[in-house]
Ligand binder design. Structure first.
Ligand code: NDP
Length: 286
C-alpha cells in the first residue's frame, strides 16, 4: 500500500487573524492523537466569506472555526444551525457532513466545562457577567441552559448591548435576567455565586488593567472567572483571590471549546493537558 500524503484540513477564518494562537493548540492535540490533520490560519475578508465557505466543500475540508468578524454573518451560508447557536445568533465552529455545513457555538460550552472541571455547580446559582459582547452572549445562554437561576448582566450604557442580552435571556431561556448599568465602580451583590469578566479588559498588552469593580464586595464564597486567555492570571483574578474567592482562568474555556470543536471534526477527544501545555509554552508562562 502506498504512503498517503493527503491531510485532513480544518482551521480558522478571520480578519484580522495573524495573532490567533489556536493553531498551536490544534497541532499539539492532533500530533498527540497521531492523526493527519492540518489547522490553517486563514485571512478571509468580510466580502469573501461566502466564497470561503463554499471552499470548505470544494476542498473536502472537515470544518472551520470562525472568529471576528464572521461569527454572525456565517449563519446565512449554513445548511443547519444548532439550537443554542441560533439563540446566540453566532457560530464559531462549522463541520462538514455528507456535503452539508453544520454550525455550532462551542465558546459557552467550553466555559461551562471549565467550571465543571473545578467542581462548580451551576443549577440554581446566580451569575453576574461583566460585559455583554460575543463571549458574554455565548456564556450567558449556556449558563441559562445549564440551569442557572438568575443572570445579572453589567455593561456600559452607550452600546445598548447589556439590555439586548438581558432581553434575549428573558425571552429565550428559563433563567431570570437583570441588566445593571455599569457607569460607576460596580459593587458585587452578595447574592452572586459566580462572577465572570467577559470584557477584554486585561488582555495582553494591557495586563495592568482590571474591570472597575469594588473588589472589597467580592466574598470568599464566590467563584470568580475570567475569559482572558493571554495572560490568563489577570489582575481581576488576583484581586478576587486576595478576597478569598476561588478563581478560574480563561485557558480552560479556550482549551475546552477547542476540544468540543475538534470532536466535531475528528470524532476523537483531544487531551486537555497537552493543549494547555502547548499554549502556556507559547505564551511563555510555564
Ligand atoms: P466584544 O467586543 O464582542 O465585547 C467586549 C465587551 O467588553 C463589550 O460588552 C464591551 O462593552 C466590554 N468592554 C470593553 N472595554 C470595556 C471597558 N473599558 N469597560 C467596560 N466594559 C468594556 O468582544 P468578545 O466578547 O468577542 O471578547 C471579549 C474577550 O473574550 C476578549 O478578551 C477575548 O479574547 C475573550 N474570549 C476568550 C475566549 C476563551 O476561549 N477564553 C473565547 C472568546 C473570547 P460595550 O458594549 O460597552 O462596548
Amino acid at each position: 500500500m502506498g504512503t498517503c500524503y493527503r491531510e485532513e484540513l480544518v482551521g480558522v477564518f478571520g480578519c484580522p487573524i495573524d495573532e490567533n494562537p489556536t493553531v498551536v493548540v490544534a497541532q499539539a492535540a492532533f500530533e498527540d492523537l497521531g492523526i493527519p490533520y492540518r489547522y490553517l490560519t486563514v485571512l478571509v475578508y468580510p466580502e469573501d466569506l461566502g466564497t470561503a465557505m463554499s471552499a470548505l466543500k470544494a476542498l473536502n475540508m472537515k470544518g472551520i472555526h470562525l472568529t471576528i468578524p464572521h461569527k454572525v454573518e456565517v449563519l446565512k451560508y449554513l445548511d443547519h444551525v444548532a439550537c443554542d447557536a441560533q439563540i446566540m445568533g453566532a457560530v464559531n465552529t462549522v463541520y462538514v457532513k455528507d456535503g452539508e455545513l453544520y454550525g455550532e457555538n462551542t465558546d459557552g460550552k467550553g466555559f461551562i466545562t471549565s467550571l465543571k472541571e473545578e467542581g462548580i455547580t451551576i443549577e440554581g446559582k446566580t451569575a453576574m457577567l461583566l460585559g455583554a459582547g460575543g463571549a458574554s452572549r455565548a456564556i450567558a445562554v449556556e449558563l441559562a441552559n445549564a440551569g442557572a437561576k438568575k443572570l445579572l448582566i453589567a455593561n456600559r450604557p452607550a452600546s445598548g448591548r447589556g439590555e439586548v442580552l438581558t432581553d434575549l435571556i428573558r425571552e429565550k431561556t428559563k433563567a431570570e435576567a437583570e441588566y445593571i448599568c455599569w457607569d460607576h465602580t460596580l459593587a458585587i451583590p452578595q447574592e452572586v455565586d459566580i462572577l465572570v469578566n467577559t470584557t477584554n479588559i486585561g488582555l495582553y498588552p494591557d495586563t495592568d488593567q482590571k474591570p472597575d469593580v469594588d473588589y472589597n464586595t467580592v466574598s470568599p464564597r464566590m467563584t470568580v472567572c475570567d475569559v482572558i486567555p493571554n495572560h490568563p492570571h489577570t489582575l481581576f483574578l488576583k484581586e478576587a483571590e486576595k478576597r478569598g474567592a476561588k478563581s478560574i482562568d480563561g485557558l480552560g474555556m479556550l482549551v475546552n471549546q477547542a476540544i468540543i470543536s475538534f470532536r466535531f471534526w475528528t470524532g476523537r477527544t483531544c487531551r486537555a493537558e497537552v493543549m494547555r501545555k502547548a499554549l502556556s509554552r507559547e505564551y511563555g508562562i510555564e
